[in-house]
Design a protein around this ligand. Structure first.
Ligand code: BEZ
Length: 134
């Protein structure tokens, strides 16, 4: 992530899991659809991070037509989620350790804005919310 954010402005959003309903029907498609609006605001790259392995992230990105628009990043062992203090324990739901839903704007390695969803829905970490901050 240090390399990914170095010398440029990037948007990173995290979510509880590939193929889950809100992530698949709203959050990821929003960023894919509005990639040109993000780029027009000087965003060099957009990354979707989830606690899934890279095979799952690859298959999900293919299905969502994310190639060339949103970088699908596998945080397979939840190391990034833990480093951010944004892990989410969904063990009771049979999903193990995951990530909270959030979005952030980083510039040259520094997080300039971070929004974490207060519950399971999508509001502050939507593409519309990010665009409003750029
Ligand atoms: C979702 O719809 O994004 C979701 C569903 C179950 C668990 C986590 C996320």
């Amino acid at each position: 992530m240090d390399d990914y954010t170095k010398g440029r402005k990037v948007v990173i959003f995290g979510l509880p899991g590939a193929f889950t309903p809100t992530c698949s029907n709203k959050q990821l498609p929003g960023f894919v659809e509005k990639i040109d609006e993000l780029r027009a605001k000087n965003v060099a790259a957009v990354a979707c991070v989830s606690v899934n392995d890279f095979f799952v992230m690859g298959a999900w990105g293919k299905l969502q037509n994310a190639a060339g628009k949103v970088d699908m990043i596998a945080d397979g062992s939840a190391l990034f989620a833990k480093a951010m203090g944004l892990e989410l324990d969904l063990t009771a739901h049979g999903m193990g350790l995951r990530s909270q839903r959030y979005a952030l704007i980083a510039e040259d390695g520094v997080v300039k804005w971070l929004a974490v969803e207060p519950d399971t829905g999508l509001s502050v970490s939507s593409v519309e919310s990010v665009l409003a901050q750029l």
